[in-house]
Design a protein around this ligand. Structure first.
Ligand SMILES: [Fe+2]
Length: 343
């Protein structure tokens, strides 16, 4: 009887920690909950030791504040046990790098900003091993996503269109563009392995979004089966029409009893060329978060619910990944009919 999965992952985790610029003598904290993958914990621990860092595994009690199952949804609400524990937060603030192996991560928990403000780098990992390895980031990806952030920063309007009928105009003023690149190398940086994307946080958008067959609804991790039309007025989804997916989305908004559920949140496009659109079909829902869909090169990714730039707290977070859209930032096309364009 043997289990070599963690040894098999050691090289990938070591490469990831090298990309995170882990230095000899730094403190790496592997943050886990009881349901975290043991092979990932061992691989992260071994990788930190391999690079000469101090390695510490911290296991906090499970339990999420979000009113939905913790099945790698992407809502990032954090763990109640960490949110309510100054000692746990102190350990994370004192770390140089946190390898976050919890099911949901802390991306939408305000406490994460406090930890980052202490200079801690955080890399969140929860997709399946093959997904991590196939989408291992490259150092040069940072310049690619930064170019997109710079473009959004100096632009006024994002326009999204598709043959299916999408026609959405998004105001970019104060949209605070940012990127994910798949490694956390700068002090105070959070990132997610794997990911390569540009996103921003607009307030005002108007028009129509049409979900086409084969687009992906997250966190449900399901493909759209029939065209669905969403009417957007000043950043709010005011009507959803179509077949089964329209019914599902309307029910989700209704059930959430959340005043921000119908409001658009982050928006952007993927640059991850190794992404696989069919990963969503090939894994169980508890095995992946769906970063192949979210960061897929040439997608249009948009979301609903929590919006930290506008101080909107919400657990009703949908990420919707679409193909075959054209995304223009002022006069520059960054995605042409679903194909990534890099200048
Ligand atoms: Fe999201």
């Amino acid at each position: 009887m043997f289990d070599l999965r963690s040894a098999d992952l050691l090289r990938a985790f070591t490469r990831q920690l090298e990309l995170c610029k882990v230095q000899r003598g730094e403190h790496v904290v592997v943050l886990t909950e009881p349901s975290s993958r043991g092979d990932y914990v061992a691989a992260a621990f071994g990788a930190a030791q391999t690079l000469g860092a101090h390695a510490l595994v911290v296991t906090a009690s499970g339990g999420s504040p979000a009113p939905m199952p913790s099945t790698h949804t992407g809502a990032g609400p954090g763990l109640v046990s960490v949110l309510a524990d100054q000692v746990a937060q102190g350990v994370l603030k004192a770390a140089d790098l946190v390898v976050d192996l919890t099911s949901e991560g802390f991306i939408h928990a305000p406490v994460q900003q406090e930890i980052l403000a202490a200079g801690t780098r955080i890399i969140f990992v929860c997709d399946a091993p093959e997904v991590l390895i196939r989408n291992m980031p490259q150092e040069g990806d940072k310049a690619r996503v930064q170019a997109g952030v710079d473009l959004v920063n100096r632009s006024q309007v994002m326009h999204v269109s598709s043959a299916a009928g999408t026609d959405l105009t998004v105001e970019l003023r104060n949209a605070q563009p940012e990127f994910q690149v798949g490694f956390a190398d700068d002090p105070g940086r959070w990132d997610h392995w794997p990911s390569t994307m540009v996103l921003c946080w607009p307030e005002i958008s108007n028009g129509v979004i049409v979900l086409d067959e084969g687009d992906i609804l997250l966190p449900f991790k399901e493909y759209v089966r029939s065209r669905t039309t969403l009417h957007v007025n000043n950043g709010q989804i005011v009507e959803v029409t179509g077949g089964a997916e329209a019914t599902m989305l309307n029910t989700f908004f209704e059930d959430s009893e959340d005043k921000w559920a119908r409001y658009l949140s982050h928006m952007g496009w993927g640059l991850m060329k190794t992404g696989d659109w069919f990963a969503t079909a090939m894994y169980g829902k508890n095995e992946i978060m769906g970063m192949d869909a979210r960061a897929f090169a040439g997608n249009f990714l948009w979301s609903t619910g929590p919006h930290p730039v506008l101080d909107r707290d919400s657990y009703a977070h949908l990420d919707i990944a679409q193909r075959n859209n054209t995304v223009r930032i002022d006069g520059t096309t960054v995605v042409d009919a679903g194909h990534l364009v890099e200048h």
